[in-house]
Ligand binder design. Structure first.
Ligand SMILES: *[C@@H]1O[C@H](CO)[C@@H](O)[C@H](O)[C@H]1NC(C)=O
Ligand SMILES: *[C@@H]1O[C@H](CO)[C@@H](O)[C@H](O)[C@H]1NC(C)=O
Ligand SMILES: *[C@@H]1O[C@H](CO)[C@@H](O)[C@H](O)[C@H]1NC(C)=O
Ligand SMILES: *[C@@H]1O[C@H](CO)[C@@H](O)[C@H](O)[C@H]1NC(C)=O
Ligand SMILES: *[C@@H]1O[C@H](CO)[C@@H](O)[C@H](O)[C@H]1NC(C)=O
Length: 471
């Protein structure tokens, strides 16, 4: 009966694949719709759009343009020589810009502003633009870092309808932090380092055309926010700089990251608990650890990540391509994920689910609880794998992965020995899948807790469940 179900399903999928992918879209992303984001939030954003153009045309002129008030940090005593401490000038300029409607906080180009760890707090008056055209640089000495802000450098909170732009650079001066990391030298104590740029508890925020480099740790975190659009950012740190994730998304909904180039010493994009409706489009990643959902479930915690799409990406010489990583003992779920149109160039583990993730000096015991992974689709993924394990689905024995779908995969190694590894992973493949992934539905999985396709959640799945019943 199981065989019959699977073949019926394959037939159905093949038929639908021919006429387009809407059926699969329905299964895997029942409600996700980028258009909705646009309708709901673009309207809010569009009034800045016209201003942007006018403004970028006269970046450093006088103080009134198209009804906008320009608040230049230089007018508040900022020196911009990279040596003088400009923290207080930035705070004073922030107070003025934030309390003035339609203002532009201007960080002028061709100058370098040294700014300490600082919290920029909203809410602000409407339509604030933060125009970073010059460079903001962090003090480089970990030992004199403000003990009141151990985990942040430039932290923005409670903003609504704000746009960051300007083509400038946020430079975390991270090298001394990296060399004092326990990942670099086991004799060092393991302590956390600041995140360079944080957007927290905000909505309708745009970040476009900015550069981030050499962060102390994570470059850019989006936390507890809704409707954030990140466009054309460039993030760069050395491939061996520890924990320097590019963009980290936590507890946030309706986030778009597009047209961006990220190369760091950790994940290019890391997606953790509480992320829902995330779209990543046109991403270049490398060097780094790839694009990761997780890690999730550390210390027996509960995590939920739903509706994540990566569409059109190139990963080059990264240690992972598209990855989902969870710790033993966690709970919750990752559900409704699609990775598509991805080119891998010399990636060590191009497609990987690792439910035995253990980034700890002591080893981690297997446990009966795990974060449940289901409805994950990989479509049109090709290129080269640096190791034979081009695809690895290492799922929990007690909470197996279900509905893993592979379609049009073509991964090879230099000597042609690519293979697929499965542990307790259930799903199917159709179209070309190279290396073959028969292990997804094979009997090898029968020692795992049963994870027969289980998608009868809600009305959208009726056709699918009925088909299984009738088989
Ligand atoms: C910036 O940090 C340095 C070093 O901790 C400190 O001496 C200075 O007072 C700080 N500046 C401001 C404006 O807080
Ligand atoms: C995970 O996110 C959910 C929903 O946002 C939250 O209730 C929960 O506390 C989070 N868990 C952890 C471990 O942070
Ligand atoms: C996680 O749960 C397991 C099993 O109940 C327990 O042995 C372990 O101590 C827990 N770990 C933590 C960090 O709470
Ligand atoms: C498959 O993905 C590649 C990017 O790797 C893209 O150029 C190509 O257009 C995609 N093919 C289809 C049919 O979408
Ligand atoms: C945990 O389970 C996996 C899969 O069954 C197995 O490969 C691994 O050796 C186990 N790890 C430990 C520490 O028992």
């Amino acid at each position: 009966m199981k065989v019959l179900c699977v073949s019926l399903l394959l037939l159905l999928l093949t038929l639908h694949a021919v006429e387009g992918s809407t059926f699969l879209d329905d299964i895997f992303l029942p409600d996700f719709d980028d258009q909705n984001w646009d309708d709901d939030h673009e309207a809010e954003a569009e009034h800045w759009e016209e201003d942007d153009e006018v403004f970028e045309f006269f970046p450093t002129l006088g103080s009134e343009h198209s009804g906008r008030t320009v608040v230049n940090v230089d007018g508040f005593g900022a020196v911009g020589d990279g040596i003088a401490d400009d923290t207080q000038a930035f705070l004073n300029a922030w107070d003025k810009a934030c309390s003035t409607a339609k203002s532009v906080l201007l960080v002028p180009e061709r100058r370098k502003y040294l700014v300490n760890a600082t919290r920029f707090k909203g809410p602000c008056a409407e339509r604030l633009i933060i125009q970073i055209s010059g460079t903001i640089i962090a003090p480089d000495e970990p030992n004199s870092w403000d003990p009141k802000n151990p985990r942040v450098w430039l932290y923005f909170t409670k903003l609504q309808g704000v746009s960051f732009q300007g083509g400038g650079t946020l430079d975390g001066s991270g090298s001394k932090w990296w060399s004092s990391s326990c990942k670099k030298n086991k004799a060092n104590p393991c302590r956390s380092a600041p995140t360079a740029f944080t957007i927290d508890s905000s909505s309708a925020v745009r970040v476009k055309n900015l550069n981030f480099k050499d962060s102390q740790q994570i470059h850019f975190t989006i936390a507890r926010s809704n409707a954030v659009r990140v466009t054309a950012v460039r993030i760069a740190a050395p491939g061996d700089s520890p924990n320097t994730d590019g963009i980290h998304i936590t507890d946030s909904t309706n986030v778009v990251v597009e047209n961006s180039k990220i190369g760091t010493g950790d994940d290019c994009i890391s997606i953790v608990n509480g992320t829902s409706n995330l779209k990543m489009k046109k991403i270049y990643c490398g060097p780094g650890h790839g694009i990761s959902i997780g890690s999730l479930g550390q210390g027996n915690s509960t995590a939920m990540v739903t509706k994540v799409v990566l569409d059109t990406a190139t990963l080059q010489e990264t240690t992972n391509g598209v990855r989902i990583k969870t710790w033993q003992g966690g709970s919750g779920f990752v559900r409704g994920v699609r990775f598509e149109n991805v080119k891998m160039i010399d990636v060590a583990n191009p497609i990987i689910i690792d439910q035995f993730y253990c980034d700890s000096p002591s080893s981690c015991q297997n446990q009966t609880s795990a974060v449940k992974i289901s409805q994950v689709m990989y479509r049109n993924i090709s290129g080269t794998s640096k190791t034979p394990k081009a695809m690895k689905f290492a799922c929990s024995d007690s909470v197996p992965c279900s509905n893993i779908v592979l379609s049009n995969i073509n991964l090879e190694t230099e000597n042609g020995k690519a293979e697929t590894f499965c542990n307790c992973a259930n799903g199917f493949n159709y179209g070309t899948v190279q290396p073959a992934a028969d292990c997804l539905s094979s009997d090898k999985n029968s020692r795992c807790e049963t994870a027969i396709v289980n998608v009868n959640r809600g009305p959208r799945f009726h056709g699918y469940s009925l088909l299984l019943l009738s088989g």
